[in-house]
Ligand binder design. Structure first.
Ligand SMILES: [Zn+2]
Length: 322
């Protein structure tokens, strides 16, 4: 059987601006589902309908692998596992989200309150935004991970595939790679038709240093660049056919955006919040959390490259170009 026929892409609706999300069925020794869409009735109906057309049902799925913990990739787990408990494999950093670890959510909220104030947000706004980091209340189940996947791990029943840790978009992000067939399932690390974002997350344990998602993201891109790949299957949209080109374009865009941020910090020192308002104005208010993740990524990168300096005045960070 042609290898590509052993992978079926199923596009499912979401209620998010990103649009539809892809899940994949791999017909390996075990029928494996990669990712689980958004928790919506219409998504659940479409998923079952597609399986039915393939002569399959939910009961035929033997295991599930998650590329990361975001709500448009884990939503249908609630429905699938309800009547059909199968093992779920994922990166260890999915655990807190899947098990709905209340200590983690409490620490996460505290972390973001502190972080947002340091970023220059007014106190009330910092608290309001941090409270939105609470867990997704529509999720009912606490899901157990059968086995945590680390970089290089194979999954039983899925010969030839291995996990590649690709942090940046999420701290729990893995891709799946088949070296013989040169196929990569890249989750949300790269999306053909739009730039994939990076998201700041609270540390897994309180008191640990926070991650620097854009620096991780670039490292992950460079890691993928070393893999011979013909077809890249993304979490959203059509397959990517020229992975190295897409990676170089993405790196170039990041460098351009970093230069623009540096330019804004040339004359006066600014807080992250002032920077965002200057760059995006009113538009930033529509998705402040997303804009902040994006900006802190670029600021981390410029600090790492020694192109800017950060000074702390009374608990607020001010950035200035060197
Ligand atoms: Zn995602």
């Amino acid at each position: 059987m042609d290898f590509h026929k052993k992978i079926k892409r199923i596009e499912l609706p979401t209620d998010w601006p990103v649009g539809p999300v892809n899940v994949y069925l791999i017909f390996g020794d075990k029928l494996t589902l990669i990712d689980a869409g958004r928790k919506l009735e219409k998504s659940w109906t479409e998923f079952r309908e597609t399986l039915r057309k393939e002569g399959l049902s939910i009961r035929d799925i033997e295991q599930i692998i998650l590329t990361h913990h975001h709500g448009d990739h884990i939503g249908l787990l609630d429905y699938i596992l309800d009547n059909h408990p199968v093992p779920v494999y994922a990166h260890g950093n999915c655990r807190a989200f899947l098990s709905q670890d209340q200590t983690f959510f409490k620490n996460s909220r505290k972390f973001f309150e502190h972080f947002y104030k340091e970023f220059g947000l007014p106190e009330e706004e910092a608290c309001r935004l941090a409270a939105m980091k609470d867990y997704d209340k529509s999720r009912l189940r606490r899901i157990n991970i059968e086995k945590e996947l680390k970089d290089g791990d194979m999954v039983e029943g899925l010969k030839g595939w291995q996990a590649v840790e690709t942090k940046g978009h999420a701290q729990s992000h893995i891709s799946l790679y088949h070296s013989e067939e040169r196929v990569l399932i890249c989750g949300d690390h790269l999306i053909g038709h739009s730039p994939a974002g990076v998201f700041l997350e609270a540390p897994q344990h309180s008191g640990e240093e926070r991650s620097k998602p854009l620096i991780q993201y670039i490292e992950s891109l460079k890691k993928l660049l070393k893999l011979p790949v013909d077809v890249t299957l993304s979490g959203h949209g059509e397959p990517i056919l020229q992975l190295p080109l897409k990676i170089h374009e993405t790196l170039n865009k990041i460098n351009k955006r970093a230069a623009r941020v540096k330019g804004k910090l040339q004359r006066n020192k600014k807080t992250g919040y002032e920077l965002i308002n200057e760059l995006y104005g009113k538009k930033a208010e529509t998705a402040m959390g997303v804009f902040i993740s994006d900006a802190i990524g670029l600021l981390d990168l410029l600090l790492d490259r020694n192109e800017i300096t950060a000074e702390n005045h009374d608990g607020i960070l001010y950035y200035r170009a060197n």
